[in-house]
Design a protein around this ligand. Structure first.
Ligand code: PXP
Length: 389
């Protein structure tokens, strides 16, 4: 086994995803021609890395990464294909990730590359020339590790349910969500989302049927897995469906689907959709168990629920929730799922999520419609697009 991973980080949070770290390490070994070699990775906290720094380098204080190479010196591990150990402090990595505005995993990945190059003999402390050589190699490897990420801009899909909510409040024919969808598309939205609820509280069958004919980008039908709605979707054939949990009394979708708890049912629904040529997305909380289950039931996409991040009341809580989303998106992507995200995203909190390169599309409704009341729908959509990289 070429990657030996040990997590001795003493706290449960921030959570490090073993799968992602090991995946990066294996990829790194392949990229550099060391696929058969053994690399050991140890995750610790600041206290532990400070101890190692003191004992082995006679330096005080914590650092982000330490490498203990077996490829040089007297007791070389080369013959045995042993590269050595990379030790990373999760505490320092998390602080640096926050400063850079990137996910913990992205920072761990960069530190792993740095430590790995030290194992191979690169040393930025030797000379300026060596520092440049190491930096260039680091950049090259990081580019290669992330090259299969999204190369296009992230997409915005606008949820027009609230236009129908306003119409239903009067029980007349205005405003029309079908017209709203056209305006969103003209402003640059690359998808339209509607949630056909069993109680038909906002979007009506007529809306979805007309949207099927008028939407030029992509129609994403959000729905609960109730038989009547499934039949409707199979008959209509939208560009994709997003399955969500649906409760009659909720004001809006309250949380992700428990995919792990209803694998049999969802496998059957997804198979029926698949036979009709409809890709399925599952709306899930940022949780490893749900991602694994989504992959098992053969979903094409997951939509990661960003509601808890959006609702966070302190910076600390928001950072914690953001990290969960970043790791979940990465994990789903690595599992082979396509990744969307949404719920509660607005003009303040969207940019950070939109910067995650594993996410293809954001589904946003309420914030855009709320702003449209004051500035018009066209401008509200354009402003949101302006916040997305
Ligand atoms: N994604 C899903 C699955 C949803 O249920 C909703 C709300 O209908 C959204 C995204 C959009 O959420 P918001 O209206 O808060 O932008």
């Amino acid at each position: 086994m070429p990657v030996l991973y040990k997590n001795e980080y003493p706290r449960p949070i921030p959570r490090v995803n073993e799968l992602l770290v090991c995946h990066t390490a294996e990829h790194l070994l392949h990229l550099t021609g060391w696929a058969e070699a053994e690399l050991s990775i140890l995750l610790v906290g600041d206290r532990e890395i400070a101890d190692l720094n003191r004992s082995w380098r006679r330096k005080n204080g914590a650092t982000n990464v330490l490498s203990f190479s077996l490829t040089s010196g007297a007791d070389t591990g080369m013959a045995l294909n042993l590269l050595g150990d990379v030790v990373i402090s999760v505490d320092t990595a998390a602080r640096e990730a926050e400063l850079e505005g990137i996910s913990l995993h992205a920072r761990l990945q960069a530190l792993l590359v740095h430590g790995f190059l030290h194992l191979l003999g690169y040393d930025h402390e030797k000379s300026q020339h060596e520092a440049k050589r190491m930096y260039n190699k680091e950049m090259e490897l990081l580019r290669q590790l992330t090259s299969k990420r999204r190369d296009k801009m992230i997409k915005l899909a606008v949820n027009v349910d609230h236009v129908a909510t306003l119409r239903e409040a009067r029980g007349i024919s205005e405003p029309d969500p079908v017209l709203a969808a056209g305006i969103c598309e003209l402003a640059g939205a690359e998808g339209i989302v509607v949630h056909l609820r069993e109680d038909r509280r906002h979007i009506q069958d007529r809306d979805v049927r007309l949207l099927r004919q008028t939407v030029k980008t992509k129609l994403n039908l959000e729905m609960g897995a109730a038989e009547e709605i499934i039949q409707f979707a199979l008959d209509l054939v939208p560009d994709m469906v997003t399955l969500v949990p649906e409760k009659r009394k909720e004001l809006t979708t309250e949380g992700g689907l428990n995919v792990a708890g209803q694998k049999k049912k969802l496998t059957a629904v997804i198979a029926r959709m698949s036979d009709a040529g409809i890709p399925v997305s599952l709306f899930i909380d940022p949780d490893s168990r749900q991602i694994e289950a989504a992959s098992n039931v053969k979903a094409t996409f997951v939509e990661i629920h960003t509601g808890r991040y959006a609702d966070a009341t302190t910076e600390e809580e928001r950072d914690r929730e953001f990290q969960l989303i970043a790791v979940a998106a990465e994990e789903a992507y690595e599992t082979g799922l396509r990744v969307n995200a949404g719920h509660g995203l607005n003009y303040v909190n969207t940019t950070r999520v939109a910067a995650l390169e594993t996410i293809e599309e954001l589904s946003i409704g309420h914030a855009i419609m709320a702003r449209a009341v004051f500035v018009g729908l066209d401008q509200a959509v354009r402003e949101m697009l302006g916040l997305m990289p």
